[in-house]
Design a protein around this ligand. Structure first.
Ligand code: TXE
Length: 451
């Protein structure tokens, strides 16, 4: 079997060498999940909830170890990793409580009683990216297990460590062997195999729009269900009547957080012309305050990029229009400084592509209609923000922007109990909250004649 070397992106040092799965291992994992399915779907709802609750508690008890593992493998600041591991526990607590609250309906019909059942799909392939490895694993695992499915979870090649540990914790929690199978291997081989495997009922995918397209194509062969959480190029819309200081203090973290490797990154900052110069000055001042450095230092706010390839890709977007560039450590590690490009046209390359690095494009707009037009002039539609002191305008713009998630006078996108997912080429299906359960179950209609 070939092996995979897992690196620390802050030091470029190898962390561990792992065996790399191929098609045979993928098939074995699917077979194990298939064998475990009848037993798992038969577990009483309250007991399934209890097992998920135990998993949540184990994540809390092992929180510091998981956070450090995530930081070393992703280069993510330890404060961020602690927050994300805390969310993972909350996600399992939420779905522990959701197991017996995901109801069917009764529907008035002639001559009988009609009701719906929510049934598990069977074996699911969960394909996870490298930017939020443990968090995104939990967003898929929580609702999948709550609905009674069994899973094969494939973490990204670059960041398999926390998913593997989570797999161990599911067993420790008492979730039976075979219910959760972690498969470490290349996407184009084992990911593709899951997509095409006739015994896999659904793929829950997060990753690039390009691979998302391949997943959809591959799934067509077996009419597999898919949910896709793909790229973004979200707009942070700042009107002249906003609290500019507050908007500018928050904006750097909305695009430089996770070194910009965030599908929700507000990497297009649209600013009303009347406030453009003032806002840009405030934004640069705020960006100077972002602490870039050793991810294991508690004060660090931004670490390195995930890989040398990613750094090369990000650098290709920075060749002019640089209004500000911060500092980053020299030497080993895939470092890239916070970079502000201004003024940028929405048709320029840095405003079109998901850069997935710490690069913000600041774009002027003339009025409300122009702001909505520019925000929507992108193939993506994942997230976004509106900053204004005018409540009615905030609500008009929130309705006008074509994206699955939007925040007003805030840059937050993700909460355990609220739906998350995209419009347009950012994908479809919703993660988190009760909405996620729709994508992890089938509706069966039953008619019982009474005459
Ligand atoms: O993603 P991939 P990559 C974007 C971001 C980034 C770019 C490339 O712009 O720069 O994608 O990142 C698995 N069949 N996002 O190349 O390849 C792969 O093993 C089945 C946005 O790392 O999409 C991994 O587990 N699976 C994003 C997962 O897909 C396949 C998060 C994602 O990897 C496969 C990550 C195949 N043929 C990157 N090929 C977001 N929206 O958050 C690969 N995979």
């Amino acid at each position: 079997m070939s092996t995979l070397t897992v690196l620390n992106p802050a030091t470029e040092e190898p962390l561990v060498e792992l065996p790399e799965a191929g098609v045979d291992e993928a098939d074995r994992a699917v077979a194990a999940a298939k064998a475990a399915f009848p037993g798992w779907r038969a577990v009483a709802p309250a007991d399934r909830g209890r097992l998920l609750r135990r998993l949540a508690t184990l994540v809390e008890e092992n929180g510091e170890e998981l956070a450090l593992l995530e930081t070393r493998n992703v280069g993510k600041p330890i404060g961020d990793s602690r927050g994300e591991v805390g969310m993972v526990a909350d996600v399992f607590h939420f779905y522990a409580g959701a197991v017996d609250k995901h109801h069917g309906e009764t529907i008035p019909v002639a001559g009988g009683v009609d009701f719906t059942l929510r049934e598990p799909l069977g074996v699911l392939g969960l394909i996870v990216p490298w930017n939020f490895p443990i968090a995104i694993s939990s967003w898929k695992l929580g609702p999948a297990l709550a609905c009674g499915n069994t899973v094969v979870l494939k973490p990204a090649e670059l960041t398999p460590l926390t998913a593997r540990r989570l797999g161990e914790l599911t067993l420790e929690a008492g979730i039976p062997e075979g219910v959760v199978n972690i498969l470490v291997g290349p996407g184009r081989i084992v990911g593709q195999r899951l997509v095409e495997h006739p015994d896999v009922a659904k793929i829950g995918f997060t990753g690039s729009t390009e691979v998302g397209r391949k997943v959809m194509e591959g799934a067509a062969g077996t009419i597999k269900r898919v949910t896709l959480e793909l790229g973004g190029k979200s707009a942070n819309i700042v009107f002249a009547d906003a609290d500019l200081e507050k908007a500018a203090a928050s904006a750097p973290y909305a695009v430089f957080g996770n070194a910009g490797q965030d599908c929700c990154a507000r990497s297009r900052i649209l600013v009303e012309r009347a406030a453009y110069d003032r806002f840009l000055d405030l934004l640069i001042e705020a960006t100077k305050g972002v602490k870039v450095g050793d991810p294991e230092e508690p004060a660090t706010e931004m670490g390195p990029l995930i890989s040398a390839d990613q750094r090369e890709k990000v650098a290709s977007y920075v060749n002019g229009q640089v209004a500000f560039q911060g500092d980053a450590p020299d030497g080993k590690g895939f470092w890239f400084p916070c970079t502000i490009l201004a003024p940028v046209e929405n048709s320029d390359r840095p405003a079109r592509d998901e850069i997935f690095g710490p690069v913000a494009a600041v774009i002027p707009f003339e009025n409300e209609a122009d702001a909505v037009r520019l925000a929507n002039d992108t193939p993506y539609g994942l997230s976004g923000s509106i900053w204004t002191g005018d409540g009615a305008r905030a609500l008009r713009v929130a309705q006008g922007v074509e994206s699955g998630v939007i925040s007003i006078n805030s840059n937050t996108s993700v909460r355990v109990s609220t739906p998350f997912g995209g419009f347009k080429q950012s994908g479809f299906g919703r993660e988190l909250g009760m909405h996620a359960l729709e994508g992890y179950s089938e509706v069966k209609n039953v008619y019982f004649a009474t005459d």
